[in-house]
Ligand binder design. Structure first.
Ligand SMILES: [Zn+2]
Ligand SMILES: [Zn+2]
Length: 827
């Protein structure tokens, strides 16, 4: 047989072997340490893309490496299989969402197998199968029992294109996260999950997430948006009602010159009764683009209601305005406007000619008189002025005292507010988990009895894309009997946001065929938490907050002891080409299938791991890929040219000795590479430098191989280097590694062999000899580990006694360093 590198044949061969032997199957083994390596499960859109290849290649190296290190490694995959695109395919191509989804899954599963990923396929989960989403319903019912799932009428984000409600998290700068259509507002009855009950714990949990990227924690923190301040009731003149505001700056309340109420506020109909002009304005504003209002993109607009509110601190009457820059969702939907000390209020007051009054002076300037309207806004804390009995206090102290005063008088309280809202999960779509609720005219709202789960997604349905849920029009689905009275009743037709599915799938992997619970305590307590979670940073808010929330809820249901599911999250960088992210619209997509055909899975894996660290952007380049392919060909050739070394009876010695002996030199290089590659993978997750160490190792072997073949010791060193190389290569290029392992006569699979050990003495980096010159003449030298920073080289050279003697206490005029070689001192 010819010995060219026939990657296609080799890759198919080993994929078959792995499959036949169930090589990636893993079970709980209390005698071994475990590792749960998880990549975000994909949406089955039809084909895997380079982002997937990168994400999964990173995880696969870690999983294979730790398996060789002797750990029990759980490395599962599944499908986030419910959601909109399947319905769009049904509308556009007339194919049933179920067939479309399952067909895509089959195709993508085959693609993942062609990449050689070491998934335990016995644990595959698929969220569109009733045996999975049954447990969404089960968890929902538990939450319903505890009041964590509830229904209320509310303003919701509505995507006119997708014809469904969106969670706040799914509205990206005013547009639908999926289709980019501008989002509008609608008032609807919706199901919510009470994530706000966990707001404080979600924040506090960040303390445990030390292995998360800082910016991701910051994004979550901003999203939760905890702020401390006070709630204060302003009286409404001529009414028994009050308007409640939340403020983080109670110290500025004497500067409140107007009150602003959101047009969605429940008091608005009273405030503007009989004023057609105001009603029109409010209706128009409410229907507008909410996120634009929220991020301050729209021009600030408002109308004076003519009503007056009374400031409880000083009895002052101030006008009540409606304005688009206040949202019902945040705080109480009303604010006290303090234009002198808040930028938005300042702008608004200037535009509409409302009074501006200074009540906070910069520290040290409180003696100045502040009668005139200020020309600029001052938002820092300071010292109170024009604030009655509180004048002269510093902001912080004033907030405490004024809060206490409000509590004592009964018109306010010190409090905390959050930006986080409860999670609206109702979707008016077909291809989602039916919400297991039944409405009866007599008995009201009931959960579907647990024994009747799952409520299956009916197959026989017409999907036209018309407004409203297709389930709503399916009488056979809607009509049911009430579990309480047995009378006729109606099913809820909303389905769950698919982010519910992905909020707990990592538990399901632990016991994927469990039939009595979503997962067993035994298996999940062995595997969880996930030791390394890898996926795109676009999930920083949605998925990664929801999963943390679900885990805490499941813990409170006593189903798990884990509070934080992902103590280590690696946000993998983007895949780009020609300077921008690969995307259909940019037309710069490289299809993994084409690359598999031309170069094979091993070359693609090596390249995608080599070209940049996992958390950094990765720029696609054909030349880079070719370079990695050539590297593999050189490995192939080198091993096969030296196969004779692996025949019996070539055992020599590896004695410690000078590195100038090429056999000893290569042995040292071998041990050093084992150490370096292991540390790069495990300690630093620098898979790119691990690959470059292998490339260096290859070059080192090639340089000395001919000389080494001449002596018994040399042959032993060479053989050991080669077999070590194959083992180190196997997490990255597993097919080639298996093939070479077999050809060198090793038994079993390299993936099941032990990761090579290294001798710390032999693995020590060789010291560099650094020459020290003074005024161009060699005066001394010292040894140092390679790569010493220049500043450190300089310090060490100047500390040498001979050099100190020569300098006689004077500082050198100049020092020039050449890394690992030379320090030149100009005295
Ligand atoms: Zn949309
Ligand atoms: Zn009933």
């Amino acid at each position: 047989m010819k010995d060219t590198y026939e990657f296609q044949r080799i890759e198919e061969k080993w994929q078959r072997v792995w499959e036949d032997r169930k090589a990636f199957h893993v079970t709980e083994d209390p005698s071994r340490p475990k590792f749960y390596c998880l990549e975000m499960y994909p949406y089955p859109s039809g084909r895997i893309h380079m982002g997937h290849v990168r994400n999964y290649s990173i995880g696969d190296v870690i999983a294979r490496f730790l398996t060789m290190k002797g750990l029990a490694v759980l490395h599962p995959i599944g499908w986030d299989a419910l959601g909109m695109p399947a319905e769009n395919a049904a509308i556009q191509h007339g194919v049933h969402p179920r067939e479309w989804t399952l067909g895509n899954i089959d195709h993508m599963r085959a693609q993942l197998k062609r990449m050689g990923f070491s998934y335990d396929w016995d644990r595959e989960v698929n969220s569109c199968q009733p045996d999975y989403y049954k447990w969404n319903q089960w968890i929902f019912l538990k939450m319903f029992e505890k009041g964590l799932a509830f229904r209320k009428e509310s303003w919701v984000n509505w995507c006119p294109q997708c014809r469904t409600v969106l969670a706040n998290e799914q509205v990206v700068t005013g547009s639908c996260w999926r289709c980019d259509t501008a989002v509008t507002q609608k008032k609807m009855e919706q199901w919510f999950l009470k994530i706000t009950d966990y707001a404080d714990e979600l924040l506090a949990g960040h303390e445990l997430l030390r292995k998360w990227p800082e910016h991701v924690l910051q994004m979550q923190k901003n999203w939760i948006g905890r702020s401390t301040g006070a709630h204060v009731h302003f009286g409404l003149e001529g009414s028994a009602r009050t308007i409640e505001v939340f403020t983080t700056r109670l110290d500025t309340i004497f500067g409140a010159t107007f009150l602003v109420v959101s047009p969605e506020h429940p008091l608005v109909p009273d405030l503007i009764a009989g004023r057609r002009d105001l009603e029109t304005w409010a209706a128009k504003t409410v229907a507008g683009k909410r996120m634009k209002r929220e991020i301050g993109e729209t021009e600030k607009e408002g109308v004076d209601t003519g009503k007056k509110a009374v400031n409880p601190f000083n009895g002052e009457r101030i006008p009540v305005w409606l304005a688009n820059y206040v949202l019902m969702d945040y705080g109480t939907g009303a604010i006290m406007a303090v234009p002198a000390h808040d930028e938005r209020d300042f702008e608004f007051a200037r535009d509409y000619g409302i009074a501006i009054r200074t009540v906070i002076a910069p520290p040290g300037q409180e003696a100045t008189r502040y009668d005139a309207e200020p020309a600029e806004v001052f938002i820092e804390p300071g010292v109170l002025v024009n604030s009655g009995p509180f004048s002269g206090l510093r902001s912080k102290e004033a907030m405490d005292k004024m809060g206490a005063y409000a509590e004592e008088k009964g018109f306010g309280r010190r409090s905390t507010a959050y930006r986080l809202r409860d999670w609206g999960i109702s979707r008016q779509r077909y291809w989602g988990t039916p919400i297991p609720i039944i409405y009866c005219e007599t008995c009201g709202t009931s959960g579907v009895p647990y024994g009747d789960l799952p409520v299956e997604i009916p197959y026989d349905v017409e999907i036209t894309g018309a407004e409203g849920s297709p389930l709503e029009r399916l009488e056979s689905f809607v009509r049911t009997t009430c579990p309480k009275c047995g009378g006729p009743a109606r099913r809820e037709t909303d389905t769950m946001d698919t982010f519910v599915d992905s909020s707990w799938y990592f538990f399901r992997y632990c016991s994927p065929r469990e039939r009595t619970l979503p997962f067993t305590r035994k298996a999940s307590s062995y595997w969880l938490p996930v030791d390394l979670y890898i996926g795109g940073v676009e999930h920083a808010i949605l998925h990664l907050i929801y999963s943390r929330f679900f885990t805490k809820v499941l813990r409170d249901f006593d189903l798990t002891g884990v509070s934080e599911p992902f103590p280590h999250y690696l946000a993998q960088g983007m895949v780009t080409k020609d300077g921008s992210a690969m995307s259909k619209s940019k037309g710069n997509i490289v299809d993994p299938d084409d690359i598999l055909k031309e170069y094979g899975a091993d070359a693609l894996r090596v390249f995608i791991l080599f070209a940049s660290p996992p958390d950094k952007e990765f720029a696609w380049s054909e030349e880079g890929l070719e370079g990695c392919f050539r590297f593999l060909v050189r490995v192939w050739t080198l091993v096969l040219e030296n196969l004779d070394l692996f025949a019996a009876g070539t055992e020599g010695e590896t004695r410690p000795g000078p590195s100038s002996d090429p056999a000893v030199g290569l042995t040292r290089k071998t041990h050093r590479t084992v150490r370096k590659v292991g540390e790069d993978i495990q300690v630093r997750l620098h898979l790119n430098t691990a690959v470059s160490s292998l490339m260096e190792f290859l070059n080192a072997i090639r340089k000395v191989k001919d000389a080494l073949r001449e002596t018994p010791d040399g042959r032993t060193a060479l053989r050991r280097a080669l077999e070590t190389f194959i083992a180190l290569l196997s997490p990255f290029a597993p097919h080639m590694a298996e093939e070479l392992w077999e050809r060198t006569g090793r038994r079993g699979l390299v993936m099941n062999s032990a990761w090579p050990a290294y001798d710390p003495e032999l693995a020590r980096e060789e010291l560099a000899t650094i020459v020290v010159q003074v005024n161009g003449r060699l005066r001394d030298k010292f040894e140092a580990e390679p790569g010493l920073p220049e500043a450190e080289m300089e310090t060490r050279a100047l500390a040498l006694p001979r050099i100190q003697g020569l300098l006689g206490g004077r500082r050198p005029r100049k020092v020039v360093c050449v890394k690992d070689k030379l320090v030149n001192i100009v005295a």
